[in-house]
Design a protein around this ligand. Sequence first.
Ligand SMILES: [Zn+2]
Length: 110
Amino acid sequence: MMDRFQVAATPCPDCRGKGQITLLVSVQSCARCHGSGQIHPLLDRSVEDLELSIRSRNILRKLGVQTISQLIQLSPAQLHGARNSNALVLKEVQDLLARLGLGLRGDVAI
Ligand SMILES: [Zn+2]
């Protein structure tokens, strides 16, 4: 299923690939691309597109996670601690994200 995704980073539209945005008083890393200047092509896709178990889908839905971008902002502790979650759910999500070159917050730098 993942084969139909083209995994190649594209310049971040928010910071135009510079990785930083200038606010009124300070320069900060761009929140969208996390300072890399590029965004992963899957970030705006729905988590419904991922091959997740029904249990995992329900947990993410309850957490209000709709896109892959929102998913990777979750920490492993948040996901594991969610209602009805467990170590298998956490591992399933982590393994799936790892195959896409992504990770939960703190797991893998994008
Ligand atoms: Zn950016």
